[in-house]
Design a protein around this ligand. Structure first.
Ligand SMILES: Nc1ncnc2c1ncn2[C@@H]1O[C@H](COP(=O)(O)OP(=O)(O)OP(=O)(O)O)[C@@H](O)[C@H]1O
Length: 464
């Protein structure tokens, strides 16, 4: 059956007029067939007189004619009409595969409405995330199983085998590796594979706690131990980890005085809370991690040799990402899928040149750096592809990110064009929030303000 778009739409008039969204329908030559009353009113046109007119002559900055022309849908596009910013969705209408027109919806009529909706959703999602994490943590404190860890390179396979082998039993394990290689994740996995998996997994970062608080954090304190001490005292991480695993991160940063105390505890298997003279037996498995070469610290007299042997009964070395590049595609896919699930957007794919760049890059910050790079590219990119241009500048420095077909002008002019483009994309992604955009691009506030004014990118051009 042949559908006549114009005639069939007329009967839908009433229903479409009742919508809060604005609707426009065009035929295969981008002439208006229908426009709902609220939209016509905003545009200041009599809708009947707009029928049959070329959409471009009636709606400012419209792209409906392009949708008809190339048959591609456009989702969540920003459009400025009569000085107001709108978000529009446009879809081609097809019959037997042929484009016979297009339908467009303006979803948010101004930035204020859009921003309100956006903030509300963001707040809800982050609240949900917070409770989810709190719940996860409460159960045992460890939430990464060995099978959740991405990577099947020979080096990682060897690490996984070693972890599986040493998980049972109580040997102290020292996990070494550069920052961001996944040491904490492996400590979780080790705990979950051990017989202690039902008991708590407690973590403490030795580098993050001031020296004078570390002892009471680790061993707890008795009531009245010092001014400001809580009534009834406080349990330390060792007590909290009873029958479970205690993970001491950045052990290389532990001050020498604390190292002596820790050594005694590990030898005697009992602790004394600060301000108490009662010794309490402990049953804790110790897992430690460091990104520092402990042997060098021992040589320099900054780390006790006897403690080093105590904590290093088994050592697991996590390879840097640059030594296991085979894992990069799977890690990228994993992070993209996770972001997609979080945001409700379809997971985009890396273009061949973006993936090549990721495979070539040295990743000094390892998996953490890669996770951040993917996240920033995810928010910067539109559609279902992540191109080289969307990758952070740290990755693309020295690599051409300019579309070669557009190369024109001097180097300076081309660089400026690319920079303007990147800034524009970042602002769109950050809904006009310049501070957020600066953060995402890894530049300072003053720099972004300077650049925006140089390229005449005013805030009014973006949602925000
Ligand atoms: N194999 C992996 N699979 C999935 N995600 C990983 C993997 N390895 C690391 N990550 C991710 O990389 C980030 C860094 O991991 P983690 O905190 O365990 O590293 P780390 O070596 O303990 O770093 P630091 O020494 O800086 O504390 C985390 O966000 C983690 O989710």
């Amino acid at each position: 059956m042949n559908i006549h778009l114009g005639r069939d739409l007329a009967s839908l008039n009433l229903a479409l007029d009742a919508l809060d969204e604005w609707v426009v329908v065009v035929d295969e030559s981008a002439k208006i067939l229908f426009i709902n009353q609220p939209y016509a009113q905003f545009l200041g046109v009599k809708r009947e007189t707009s029928y049959g007119r070329y959409v471009v002559d009636v709606i400012e900055n419209t792209r409906m004619h392009l949708v008809v022309e190339n048959g591609q849908e456009e989702l969540s596009k920003l459009q400025e009409i009569r000085g107001r910013h709108m978000i529009a969705n446009r879809y081609p209408i097809r019959q037997a595969g042929k484009v016979i027109g297009a339908i467009g919806f303006v979803l948010y009529h101004d930035t204020h409405e859009w921003r309100q909706m956006n903030t509300q959703i963001k707040a809800l999602v982050s609240e949900l995330d917070f409770y989810r994490r709190a719940l996860d943590k409460e159960q045992t404190g460890a939430h990464y199983h060995i099978n959740d860890l991405i990577g099947r390179s020979p080096l990682i396979k060897a690490v996984n085998e070693k972890i599986k082998k040493v998980a049972g039993g109580d040997a102290s394990v020292l996990i070494r590796g550069e920052s961001g290689t996944g040491k904490e994740l492996y400590a979780h996995a080790l705990h979950l594979l051990s017989e202690r998996s039902k008991a708590p997994f407690i973590k403490i970062n030795c580098a993050a706690i001031p020296e004078n608080l570390l002892e009471s954090e680790l061993f707890g304190y008795a009531e009245g131990a010092f001014t400001g001490a809580k009534r009834g005292g406080k349990q330390g991480k060792f007590q909290l980890a009873d029958k479970g695993t205690l993970f001491l991160d950045e052990i290389g940063d532990m001050p020498l005085t604390m190292q002596a105390k820790l050594l005694r505890v590990l030898q005697d298997r009992e602790i004394e809370a600060v301000g108490s003279n009662r010794l309490v037996k402990i049953d804790v498995r110790l897992v430690t991690a460091t990104h520092q070469p402990l042997e060098k610290l021992v040589e320099a007299g900054e780390f006790r040799e006897d403690l080093y042997y105590r904590i290093n009964v088994v050592s697991v070395d996590l390879p840097p990402l640059r030594d296991r590049r085979e894992d990069i595609p799977a890690l990228a896919e994993h992070f993209l899928n996770r972001l997609a699930a979080r945001t409700g957007r379809r997971a985009p794919k890396l273009t061949a040149d973006a993936l090549t760049r990721m495979l070539e890059y040295a990743w000094p910050g390892n998996v953490r750096e890669m996770e951040n790079a993917i996240e920033s590219a995810f928010y910067l990119s539109q559609g279902y592809k992540i191109s080289l241009q969307a990758l952070p500048s740290s990755l693309t420095a020295g690599v051409s990110v300019v579309d070669k077909s557009l190369v024109q002008g001097t180097l300076k002019e081309q660089l400026a064009m690319a920079e303007k483009d990147i800034l524009e994309q970042a602002l769109i992604t950050c809904k006009g929030n310049r501070q957020l955009a600066a953060k995402m691009l890894g530049i300072g506030k003053t720099t972004i303000y300077d650049k925006l004014s140089r390229y005449e990118l005013t805030n009014e051009s973006f949602i925000g």
